[in-house]
Ligand binder design. Structure first.
Ligand code: ACO
Length: 470
């Protein structure tokens, strides 16, 4: 593939207050995508850009993943996600994301073997789990245990050594299913699993999650294929919240295990990787097809915090291509297992009604990958609390590929966003004894809620004087 990043004719910025103009370089990327290079904006003009949520800001250059949200296109290293989900396996996609090209048969066999030989957990790490409550959410355990890997593998935390970086990358990909399976087994009070080297990555994942020490566990190849596809579909999605978190953490030189733990923490939120769990909870709350219209109306009501989980995406303003593959996979898994899950019928009806509703059409809200992945994982036997763990396992390679790319990019520096200050101008300090008194009982809840959108004091709970711009 020929990659291009050509300087183009550039851009002129005019300050309408003074009439002053400045020239900025423009670049055209390999997909005819364009950008304005504003790196020198602040130093030459003293003016900042304002872009909460980074909706118009590229924080890096990347060769890994391309998304065209308007057309519903997702390419990894140039290959359409549909082709990878159909013909590849997760290990091959990992290789592709990490090393830039599809592997030769020898490279693939060698990579498979390398990952298989890093799946074990240190005995001491296994003891680490004992510190958690049995009822802890597995994502809470994942954040802690993956972060703790840096305390076990001192031989792979020097980020300036490419060998150590690679070792850390392989260890993380290899150990994530085992760490996730142990979190699950721990919550059940069952013995920790042992990886089996003759299994593929996805077979091992199923085996470690669902086998019992006292019984032989035969992996169903159709279910292993479904798991593999699920991992492929979650492998990378360019600069989403968790990947950006990993890059930001890594930009300070933090060790790779700490960076991946920060990505897991970010992924957990219901607006990101926690959405698959939230979809199932939502379907249970809706309960039956008769209630769908009521919930569609709730989702449109600005006063109601309810949103259709699994709908909408920051980048896709068309169908999420991963959701299409996942929908197909969902039907395959349910028919293979002979499961007649009423939630699937409910999900399909919800999708049908939402896709013909003006609100969703106007706002371009389509099902995202999480809309169907929850149903697939439920059918495969995963409890809802493990859904985001599965997402984290699949996404670990994407996080690592971006971390690796960032460390090799000479233009990257420590991430440090600026802010547009809107607070008080400089003011005189008054000692506490000389300040006015609060007329009513101090309301901590109001002080806390005072900065939030839509925050209203409860009846009779007046905003205290001290809360003013405090
Ligand atoms: N249900 C109802 N209304 C919605 C939904 C939804 N799921 N998503 C967005 N909207 C509305 C918003 O209220 C907003 O309306 P407004 O313009 O009248 O204020 C408009 O659509 C735009 O929404 P934003 O929240 O501004 O869009 P943003 O790009 O910031 O958020 C997000 C994207 C977070 C994914 C959002 O669509 C959402 O919360 N979806 C549900 C959670 C979900 O499924 N997350 C998974 C994302 S995919 C992933 O992480 C793998």
């Amino acid at each position: 593939m020929s990659k291009t990043n050509a300087k183009d004719s550039g851009f002129t910025l005019t300050d309408n207050q003074t009439g002053k103009t400045w020239e900025f370089e423009g670049h055209t990327g390999s997909m005819k995508n364009r950008l304005i290079d504003i790196r020198s904006l602040y130093s030459t003009t003293g003016i900042l850009t304002y872009d909460p949520g980074f909706t118009s800001t590229a924080a890096c250059k990347s060769d890994i993943t391309y998304i065209d949200g308007q057309k519903g296109i997702l390419l990894h290293r140039g290959y359409p996600i549909e082709d990878l989900a159909e013909h590849s396996d997760y290990m091959e996609v990992c290789y592709l994301l990490l090393y830039g090209n599809l592997p030769s048969p020898e490279q693939k066999a060698s990579f498979d073997m390398e990952i298989r030989h890093h799946t074990w957990l240190h005995e001491q790490l296994a003891r680490f789990y004992q510190g958690f409550m049995r009822s802890a959410h597995p994502m809470a355990i994942m954040v802690g245990v993956v972060g703790a890997l840096s305390a076990f593998y001192h031989d792979s935390t020097d980020i300036n050594d490419p060998e150590q970086r690679q070792l850390a990358a392989h260890r993380i990909i290899a150990k994530m299913p085992n760490i996730g399976a142990c979190a699950y087994k721990y919550s059940l009070g069952r013995p920790f699993p042992t990886p089996i080297n003759s299994h593929t990555y996805s077979e091992n994942l199923l085996q470690m999650m669902f086998s019992h020490t006292s019984e032989e566990y035969k992996v169903n190849p159709i279910l292993a294929k479904a798991v593999d596809r699920l991992l492929i579909l979650h492998a990378d999605h360019e600069q989403n919240a968790s990947t950006s978190t990993v890059r930001l953490a890594g930009s300070s030189g933090a060790n790779p295990y700490a960076c991946i733990a920060s990505g897991i923490a970010s992924l957990w939120g219901p607006a990101h990787g926690g959405a698959n769990e939230a979809v199932l909870n939502m379907l249970d709350e809706i309960g039956s097809i008769a209630n769908v219209k009521k919930y569609i109306a709730k989702a449109q009501d600005k006063e109601d915090p309810f949103r259709l989980m699994g709908f909408g995406h920051r980048v896709y303003k068309n169908y999420d291509p991963r959701a299409k593959v996942m929908q197909k996979s969902c039907h395959e898994v349910l028919s293979t297992l002979g499961i007649d899950d009423p939630r699937l019928e409910l999900a399909m009806r919800l999708e049908e009604i939402a896709l013909s509703d003006d609100y969703f059409l106007e706002k371009k809200l389509f099902p995202n990958v999480d809309f169907y992945s929850g149903i697939v994982m439920k059918a495969l036997g995963f409890p809802t609390s493990m859904f985001t763990v599965m997402f984290a396992i699949g996404r670990s390679v994407g996080w690592i590929a971006h971390w690796k790319e960032m460390l090799g990019d000479g233009e990257q520096k420590i991430g440090r966003p600026r802010q547009f200050y809107t607070g008080h101008a400089k003011r005189k300090y008054t000692p506490v004894g000389s300040r006015g008194h609060t007329p009513n009982k101090v309301s901590w809840s109001w002080l806390w809620r005072g900065n939030k959108k839509n925050a209203k004091p409860k009846d009779g709970n007046q905003k205290p004087a001290l809360a003013e711009k405090g």
